[in-house]
Design a protein around this ligand. Structure first.
Ligand SMILES: Nc1ncnc2c1ncn2[C@@H]1O[C@H](COP(=O)(O)OP(=O)(O)OP(=O)(O)O)[C@@H](O)[C@H]1O
Length: 268
């Protein structure tokens, strides 16, 4: 793994309260530069909340989040951090090219960058298509392309492969590794455990806490499990705490799809 000694992201004692409940309560972690880090855990465990805190759109109740040497959300990070939410974040009534040129203008990056990112996500030749008429996978790739504008040093991707077919998923994971190979840092959430093996490093999350922070191989070795899903279950047992009345994390319950406007949400 490439990297300078200073991590791309440092989270210290992060506390976030949402809906009157501590969703993250004293969470600390580092994310190494030039790595593909997977953030895995059951629905509702706090993955999106952590990502929002790193991007700087989540109101926090305590602790510190440092991104590329600056406080999360610092205006100077705007062009250095790309974020793809779970909900579509591009205009469905515009074409692929119109969307990408618009976001390039907002970011102040050269117009030609729109073509580069369209090619990077495999949308060459679809630039004139209206986004609303693309398939789900193509639509997701337009959001990803928009996040790649300006070559951000940190990419935070919230479930970027959900609902995509296996071929496309593999292509995207190959792209993620190419980006990391070129020096970018990627934080990618998923609740599909089989994607874990594609990551350089894993953060396993449960009930708002990080229960493991290691490489996939080290996690398998430590738990004696053959697959990350089994390793996760072994770690949950190891980590059993008395205050887990909210459940251990099947995908029941929380949809995690409450992506409202950052400004609105930040007041919560
Ligand atoms: N807008 C909100 N208001 C109040 N509580 C919220 C809000 N959004 C999320 N929560 C709470 O925060 C917890 C963590 O939600 P979050 O979206 O971070 O989970 P997640 O791990 O990303 O889930 P998923 O995998 O389903 O996207 C949820 O269990 C929920 O109780």
């Amino acid at each position: 793994m490439a990297g300078s000694p200073e991590p791309a992201v440092q989270v210290r004692e992060l506390r976030v309260v949402r809906g009157g409940r501590a969703v993250l309560d004293g969470l600390s972690l580092d994310i190494a530069r030039g790595s593909v880090t997977g953030l895995l855990g059951p629905s509702g465990c706090g993955k999106t909340t952590l990502m929002r805190s790193i991007v700087g759109v989540q109101k926090t109740a305590g602790g510190r989040v440092t991104v590329l040497g600056r406080p999360a959300g610092d205006a100077r990070l705007r062009r250095r951090v790309g974020y793809v939410t779970q909900a579509p974040s591009v205009y469905s009534d515009l074409t692929v090219a119109e969307n990408l040129r618009y976001f390039a203008a907002v970011l102040g990056v050269p117009r030609a960058d729109a073509e580069r990112v369209a090619a990077q996500v495999g949308l060459r030749g679809r630039e004139r298509d209206v986004v609303g008429r693309l398939s789900g996978g193509q639509h997701a790739r337009v959001s990803l392309a928009a996040a790649l504008l300006g070559e951000p040093e940190l990419l935070v991707l919230d479930e970027p492969t959900v609902g995509l077919d296996p071929v496309l998923r593999r292509e995207l994971w190959d792209l993620f590794h190419r980006l990391a190979g070129a020096g970018a840092t990627l934080l990618i959430s998923s609740h599909v455990m089989d994607e874990a093996t594609r990551c350089d490093h894993l953060l396993l999350m449960r009930d708002g806490a990080i229960i493991a922070d290691d490489t996939p191989a080290a996690l398998l070795a430590r738990t004696g499990a053959r697959e990350i899903e089994q390793a996760f279950l072994a770690l949950v047992e190891e980590d059993q705490r008395p205050d887990t009345a909210t459940g251990t994390g099947t995908s029941a319950g929380v949809s995690g799809s409450d992506r409202s406007e950052p400004a609105k949400e930040a007041s919560r």
